[in-house]
Write a protein that binds this ligand. Structure first.
Ligand SMILES: [Zn+2]
Length: 331
């Protein structure tokens, strides 16, 4: 029986226990480098979802890109789900109040109900299953223009500055860059391409956030694990911003054991990667938005200015121009 079929069968039968077991076993597929890359790519698009949900969504649709519930598509995006589309299932948390043998709600020391969180299957749809108003291009979908790279670079630098981390450029013989915890700075190799600059900053940024007290012994397991984390986080975030992620290596994956303990270790790795990537994405997104907004105000002024130049042909044009330029300098 193929993987997809058994997943959809279990969904159909609402066999959440079986499904959960199945996904646990399925996690070892991601120990293969190419499948792992697919998984991280999806994480870049669905950075608000848990690794478990990304795995579940991918098992139902390999090209998943943006999902939302039926009503969210309608209300927030003015899009409707196409007739006959089958919903995709995700795990949704729900809270239950604990009860004693007599059916009375159990209370804690402070008199508050004791609750626990369970998970049930809920329904979402991929954007490809919907129709309606165009989805506004997300700010973070960057083009490969110099301006977009510069904006992203500035956003990354501003994010690092929050932790007092400086970027320095040097003639490094080998590595593309490194993070120095003692000096709290990221050093980049002079002459890197824009893509490599962004990818290297993201990789070193991940080290600066997770491995301040990390291992520097290149042969140790700890060091290899740090590399896997940094490389994976850089991969997820790069994909989120539409940066080409061609040459990446996840070498350490191959040495991961697929026994039970190994796999639960691996699952906790995915959680660390997802949660750190999400934090970076949210922070950089906010910075990027600010930078772009400022750019829009300047552009709007320039647009007004140029249409003004075109429409006015009378003698007063010179006076108006200098008045406007005065305003422009004040901006
Ligand atoms: Zn590294």
């Amino acid at each position: 029986m193929s993987e997809e079929k058994s997943v959809s069968d279990m969904i159909l039968e609402k066999d959440t226990k079986g499904l959960s077991e199945h996904m646990k076993k399925g996690i070892k597929n991601y120990l293969q480098s190419d499948q792992y890359a697919t998984f991280l790519k999806a994480m870049g698009k669905l950075h608000n979802y848990s690794p478990k949900n990304i795995q579940l969504l991918l098992s139902q649709n390999k090209n998943i890109s943006m999902v939302a519930g039926f009503n969210t598509w309608k209300k927030d995006f003015q899009r409707t789900v196409n007739k006959g589309e089958k919903s995709l299932k995700i795990w949704m948390p729900f809270t239950v109040k604990q009860k004693d043998e007599n059916g009375k709600i159990k209370l804690d020391d402070q008199g508050k109900p004791i609750t626990f969180t369970g998970f049930k299957l809920g329904s979402v749809f991929d954007v490809s299953q919907t129709n309606g108003k165009d989805i506004p291009k997300a700010l973070y979908e960057l083009s490969e223009t110099k301006e977009d790279y510069q904006d992203l670079y500035r956003s990354l630098r501003a994010t690092l500055q929050e932790s007092q981390i400086d970027i320095e450029w040097k003639n490094l013989p080998e590595a593309k860059g490194y993070y120095s915890p003692t000096e709290n700075k990221i050093v980049l190799k002079s002459g890197l391409s824009s893509t490599h600059t962004i990818k290297t900053i993201l990789h070193e940024m991940a080290h600066s956030r997770l491995h301040k007290d990390g291992s520097f012994d290149k042969l140790s397991e700890a060091y290899k694990l740090q590399e896997l984390q940094a490389e994976s986080i850089a991969y997820v975030v790069s994909n989120h911003f539409g940066i080409d992620t061609g040459a990446y290596s996840f070498g350490y994956l191959a040495s991961w054991s697929d026994d039970k303990k190994g796999l639960s270790d691996f699952e906790s790795q995915l959680s660390i990667i997802q949660s750190e990537a999400k934090k970076i994405i949210d922070t950089v997104d906010a910075k990027l938005e600010k930078i772009k907004e400022k750019g829009t105000i300047e552009n709007t002024f320039e647009n007004k200015f140029s249409s003004f130049k075109q429409s006015k042909t009378d003698k007063e044009v010179g006076n108006n121009l200098s008045q406007n330029l005065g305003k422009a300098n004040g901006l």
